[in-house]
Write a protein that binds this ligand. Structure first.
Ligand code: 13P
Ligand code: SF4
Length: 355
C-alpha cells in the first residue's frame, strides 16, 4: 500500500535537516517505504562492512534487526551512535542461542574431552555477547555470503578440528554438506534444552560439525513439497533459495545464496526466465517489481514477512529521525566495552577472511 504522503515528507525533511550527520543503512528485508531512505542497502555482510564507511556521521540509523545494529555499533567509532528505530525488532533465530546456554555447552564439551579441538563459528545472526564468546575462544563470525570460507578457516585452525556452529543449524548443515563435502552423519545437533545437548560422547567424538539447534522462523517454513509443486506448474522455473532454508529444500533448489547473491542472480538473468525465490517476502516483491521482464514468484505464498524486520516501518523511522533532529538519541544501541572488544575480534576475523 502507498505510504502516507505526510510521513514521506517528514522523513525527507528530517533526512535533509540532518544531512551528513546521519547515515542510514537498510537490510534487503526492510519494507519499501524504509528502503527508500537508506543511503546503503545490503545483506548482513555488506552492511557490516559498510557500517564504518562514514566515520564523519554522528548517527547511524540501522533499518534492520537488533543483532545488525549491535554489529554496527561494535564496528564503528566511539563518537558514532547507532539507532534502531524500533527496539522490538529482534531476531527469533538470534534469541535461540543465549550466552548462558552456550557457556553450558562449552563446559559440557570440556567435560567430554572434546573442547580442545572445537573452533566456534557464529552466524552474524547472534547477539553481541555470543560473538564475544566466539572471539574469546579463537573463533570467527560468518554470514550467509562467506560461510564456506569461514568454515574452511575454522577447520584449518587445528588438526581434526570440530566446529561448533551457532545458532542456525540449516546454514551450518547446508554449507558443510553441500559446499564442503561432509556427510550428514558428520553433523550432529546440539539441543540446548537437553542435558549434554542430547548427544552421547560417541556422537560428539565422531562429529565434525556440532550444529546449534536454531533456525529462522521464516526460511524454515519453506518445504520441499512446494518446490515439487512449482516445478510441475511453472515450466522451466528456476528455484533460488537462501541457505537458512532446510536442507531438503536447498537440495531441491537450483541455486542457493545470501540475499545479495539472490539479487545479483536475478539482475543477471535473461528476460523471459522464470524464478521462484525462497527468502523474505519484502525482497521478493521488490525484485518482482524491478524486473517485470522476468517471471518472479514467491516460493510459498503461505510463508509471510519476517515480522521483526517489518517492525521498522515509516512511522518508527520518522520518529527516530525527528528525535535526532530535536537533539534526542532515541533507541540507541550501545554494546558494553568488554563485549565490544571481543566481539570485534571475532568480526574482524571474518572481515579479514580471503575473498
Ligand atoms: P543475509 O543478509 O546474510 O542474506 O541474511 C539473511 C537474514 O536472514 C538476515 O536476518
Ligand atoms: Fe531472523 Fe529469519 Fe527474520 Fe532474518 S529473516 S531477522 S534470520 S527471523
Amino acid at each position: 500500500s502507498p505510504s502516507d504522503p505526510d510521513l514521506v515528507a517528514r522523513a525527507r525533511a528530517a533526512k535533509e535537516a540532518l544531512g551528513e550527520r546521519v547515515f542510514v543503512l537498510g537490510h534487503h528485508y526492510q519494507r519499501d517505504e524504509v528502503i527508500e531512505f537508506a543511503d546503503v542497502t545490503g545483506d548482513s555482510f555488506k552492511l557490516a562492512r559498510d557500517a564504518a564507511a562514514r566515520p564523519e556521521a554522528e548517527f547511524i540509523v540501522f533499518c534492520g534487526v537488533h543483532f545488525m545494529a549491535e554489529s554496527a555499533d561494535i564496528l564503528t567509532g566511539e563518537h558514532q551512535q547507532v539507532v534502531l528505530p524500533d527496539l522490538a525488532a529482534g531476531c527469533s533465530m538470534a534469541d535461540m542461542a543465549r550466552l548462558a546456554q552456550v557457556e553450558d555447552a562449552w563446559d559440557a564439551l570440556e567435560a567430554a574431552g572434546v573442547a580442545d579441538s572445537v573452533v566456534p563459528v557464529t552466524y552474524m545472526n547472534s547477539s553481541a555477547d555470543i560473538k564475544a564468546f566466539v572471539g574469546r575462544h579463537d573463533g570467527t563470525v560468518c554470514t550467509s555470503s562467506n560461510a564456506e570460507t569461514a568454515l574452511e578457516w575454522a577447520f584449518g585452525q587445528k588438526p581434526d578440528a570440530k566446529v561448533l556452529f551457532l545458532p542456525d543449524q540449516h546454514l551450518g548443515r547446508n554449507t558443510a554438506v553441500l559446499q564442503m563435502g561432509f556427510s550428514l552423519d558428520e553433523c550432529v545437533v546440539w539441543n540446548p534444552h537437553l542435558p549434554d545437548g542430547g548427544l552421547t560422547r560417541e556422537e560428539l567424538a565422531g562429529a565434525r560439525m556440532i550444529l546449534w539447534r536454531g533456525h529462522c522462523s521464516v526460511h524454515g517454513r519453506f518445504s520441499p513439497a512446494v518446490v515439487d509443486e512449482l516445478r510441475a506448474t511453472i515450466p522451466g522455473v528456476q528455484i533460488l533459495v537462501h541457505p537458512e532454508c532446510v536442507h531438503e529444500v536447498v537440495l531441491k533448489a537450483d541455486l542457493v545464496g545470501s540475499t545479495e547473491f539472490i539479487i545479483k542472480t536475478i539482475e543477471a538473468a535473461p528476460a523471459g526466465t522464470s524464478w521462484a525465490i525462497g527468502t523474505e517476502l519484502n525482497l521478493v516483491k521488490r525484485l518482482a517489481a524491478a524486473h517485470p521482464d522476468k517471471r518472479i514468484a514467491f516460493l510459498d505464498k503461505n510463508v509471510c514477512y519476517c515480522s521483526t524486520m517489518n517492525r521498522i516501518d515509516l512511522p518508527h523511522f520518522v520518529w527516530a529521525m525527528e528525535s535526532l533532529v530535536a537533539g534526542t538519541v532515541a533507541n540507541r544501541i550501545e554494546v558494553d566495552p568488554d563485549t565490544t572488544h571481543w566481539a570485534r575480534v571475532a568480526l574482524q576475523r571474518m572481515l579479514d577472511l580471503p575473498g
